[in-house]
Every structure is written in structure tokens, then in C-alpha cells.
Design a protein around this ligand. Structure first.
Ligand code: PLP
Length: 385
């Protein structure tokens, strides 16, 4: 039987069976809507489940329950944070972000530039993917409404110094949004200590269900809702609430254990070491504590990441590349290019993203397979060495 080694956990993860078990009663038994909390007992049960979940999520980031809005996931949270804020702003019309953000930030900022007269600054990053702090200080001006910087990068796992950026924002009286979709539960987050005003998170990256995420909104920060209707979620996101999703999200957070993180860290370093022994390979992103515990990204020179991906898939290994397949264009990854790599080297980058379910044996199989595939492809490569 062909085995599957799933190394695409930065895209999405398998649901944890414990999460499913927690969600199940809210599909079959207590499936009512919290809108009817004062009308009947099932409505009350739904309200209790929703508010307990909200409280657990709030506690995990150092926030108050009333500051957590449920959304459909990271993309919606990012949209609500940026558009919701920009569309209420009077006067300030400048946004600062970085060149390596996820598309759900970059495309929203571009859309605000095009349609709403916003000006935007896209910060450079260094060769490991850390944003240029001096450039940030220079770009903040009296028109700056918001700084939006991700906590950890989706392709190369760089963890930004959010506390330092938060301090700069506070000193300048500028609001600070953090896209923590990749880092949530993998790197510590405290909205108070880090001076974060808005924070996006998503359940399906942490073995929770798809279709649920949250946006933290600091008390006092005013947003315009993107979805209007019956005033659910404090008037910020109308529609019947996804109770099983909220319960599953909270459960997924509850079962995260430091030992899972340590397990992923060990496998990450083992895989990284094995892959970097392949000639003409290069690590993208930093090493050690400033890298996400589950991310390895390597450029194999003289071969295309796309070809590696397809050959690994035949062997049952699921990985991704930031280039063609992801963007559906032939453009290489904007993240890898921002590190200063050439187009050719950017095309040869492959991301391996781990979960608590991966094993050492799978890493051995992956290293051996990548070595074979890269060697074979180099023999027929038109680019040559
Ligand atoms: C950094 C980052 N932000 C936002 C998102 C979007 O999250 P979702 O898939 O929950 O919409 C992703 C998804 O890959 C991501 O990596």
C-alpha cells in the first residue's frame, strides 16, 4: 500500500479526533442557534457553548472574551481587520505592511490603495525574512492609520519580533494588526504585552475544523462590519453562528501541548540537516528559536520546485512550493524573492511543514526521496549546474 507522508500542514491540518468528539453533540443534539437563548433551552445551550469557546480563545491570547469576534477563518479576519478599520477612518489614510505578508493582507491593502485612496508602504525584509525596523520607524507618519505585520511567515517560518514592533506602534500612537494564523499556539502570543490592537487566527491550521477563525479587536477600536444583518458577534459579523466550529476551535487550542511543539522542533531540525546535506541546497529563513517549529524551506539549485513536488507526490510525500502551483501563475514566490534570491533559485524552493502526527521514520523517507528526486532531475535539467 502506498503510504502518505503529509508535509503540507502550513496549508491545513488533519482534524484531531478529540476535536471531532467535542463538536459532535453540537451537530446532532444541541444544534440550535444562540439567537434563541431567551426563548428555549437548546438556544441557551448553544449560547453557553459559544461563550465558553470565546472565553477559552480569549484566554489563550491574553484578551477579554468581549474582544474576540468569530469569523470564517484567517482570510476573513484579515479582511475584517484591515477593511473594517480603513472604512471607518476619517483623515488618516496610510497603511504600513511588509513585502512577505499572506495574500489576504497584500491583496486587501492593494485594493484599499486602488479603490479607497489609501497610500501603502511595503517594508523590506533581510535575507532571513525579518522586517526592516529602521524602515518602519522612518515610514510611520502623522497620516499612518495602521501597521499590519504577520507574526510568522507562511513559507519560510520567520517569527517577527512582534513585541518590538508593537512598542514602536504604541510610541507613535498607531494601531497594530498582527496576522498570527501560522504562529498561533506555536509561538507565544499576548496581546497586552505585545501591544497588539487586532489579531487574526484560524482553527484549521491547528487540527481544528475548517470554516472558523477569530479576530481579536482591542476594546475601543472601531470597525465597520463587512457582513451586516442581525447584529451577531457584537454587530461585527452577522449570520447564524458556527457553534460546532467554535467548540472545535476551543478544543483544538486546549489540547495543544508543549511536547507536540518539542516533537515538531526535533523533526524540523533533523529534516533540515538531512536536506541541507544535498549538494547545492540552501535554507530559506532563519534557524533556531526565531523559526516556526514546523517549517523547513529549502532551495535546491538547478531544479524546479514544481518538478520536485510532482515527483515526491508519486512517492506519497505531500509538500508545496511557493511558485506556480500556489499562485496559479508562473511567477515565483513573492516571499522568496523578497529575501533577495534570483528568480531561478526562487523557483527551486520547496516547503515542508510538519505536524504533531509526523514521525522520524517519515523524515528519513523524505530525505532519501528528495535526494533521489533532486539528483534525477538535475541529470535532465535544462538549467544545468
Ligand atoms: C499567514 C497567513 N495568513 C492568513 C491565512 C489565511 O487563513 P485561512 O486559510 O484560515 O483563510 C493563511 C493561510 O495559509 C496564512 O498562512
Amino acid at each position: 500500500m502506498k503510504r502518505t507522508v503529509y508535509l503540507d500542514n502550513a496549508t491545513t491540518t488533519a482534524l484531531d479526533p478529540e476535536v471531532l468528539k467535542a463538536m459532535e453533540p453540537y451537530f446532532f443534539e444541541w444544534y440550535s442557534s444562540p439567537t434563541h437563548e431567551y426563548g428555549h433551552s437548546l438556544g441557551l445551550k448553544a449560547r453557553e457553548a459559544l461563550e465558553e469557546s470565546r472565553e477559552k480563545i480569549a484566554r489563550s491570547i491574553g484578551a477579554e472574551p468581549g474582544e474576540v469576534i468569530f469569523t470564517s477563518g484567517g482570510t476573513e479576519s484579515n479582511n475584517l481587520a484591515l477593511k473594517g478599520l480603513a472604512l471607518t477612518s476619517k483623515g488618516k489614510n496610510h497603511i504600513i505592511t511588509s513585502k512577505i505578508e499572506h495574500a489576504s493582507i497584500l491583496n486587501v491593502v492593494r485594493s484599499l490603495e486602488r479603490r479607497n485612496g489609501y497610500k501603502a508602504s511595503y517594508l523590506n525584509v533581510d535575507e532571513e525574512g525579518f522586517v526592516d525596523i529602521e524602515q518602519l520607524k522612518g515610514e510611520i507618519g502623522k497620516d499612518t492609520l495602521l501597521v499590519s505585520i504577520q507574526h510568522a511567515n507562511q513559507e519560510i517560518g520567520t517569527i517577527q519580533n512582534i513585541r518590538e514592533i508593537g512598542e514602536i506602534c504604541r510610541d507613535h500612537g498607531v494601531l497594530f494588526h498582527v496576522d498570527a494564523v501560522q504562529s498561533f499556539t506555536k509561538a507565544p502570543i499576548d496581546v497586552e504585552k505585545m501591544n497588539i490592537d487586532l489579531l487574526s487566527i484560524s482553527a484549521h491550521k491547528i487540527h481544528g475544523p475548517k470554516g472558523i477563525g477569530a479576530l481579536y479587536v482591542r476594546e475601543g477600536v472601531k470597525l465597520r462590519p463587512l457582513i451586516e444583518g442581525g447584529y451577531n458577534e457584537f454587530g461585527l459579523r452577522s449570520g447564524t453562528e458556527n457553534i460546532p466550529g467554535a467548540v472545535g476551535f476551543a478544543k483544538a487550542i486546549e489540547i495543544v501541548d508543549e511536547s507536540h511543539l518539542e516533537h515538531m522542533r526535533r523533526l524540523r531540525d533533523y529534516l533540515m540537516k538531512g536536506l541541507l546535506e544535498i549538494p547545492d541546497s540552501r535554507l530559506n529563513g532563519p534557524k533556531g528559536e526565531r523559526r516556526l517549529c514546523n517549517n523547513v524551506n529549502v532551495t535546491f539549485r538547478f531544479v524546479e520546485g514544481e518538478s520536485i513536488l510532482l515527483h515526491l507526490d508519486i512517492r506519497g510525500i505531500i509538500v508545496t512550493t511557493g511558485s506556480a502551483c500556489f499562485s496559479r501563475t508562473l511567477e515565483p514566490s513573492h516571499v522568496i524573492l523578497a529575501l533577495g534570491l534570483s528568480h531561478e533559485d526562487a523557483h527551486g524552493s520547496v516547503r515542508f511543514s510538519l505536524s504533531k502526527y509526523n514521525t522520524r521514520e517519515e523524515m528519513d523517507y523524505t530525505i532519501e526521496s528528495v535526494r533521489d528526486v533532486v539528483e534525477q532531475l538535475r541529470q535532465i535539467s535544462p538549467v544545468g549546474r
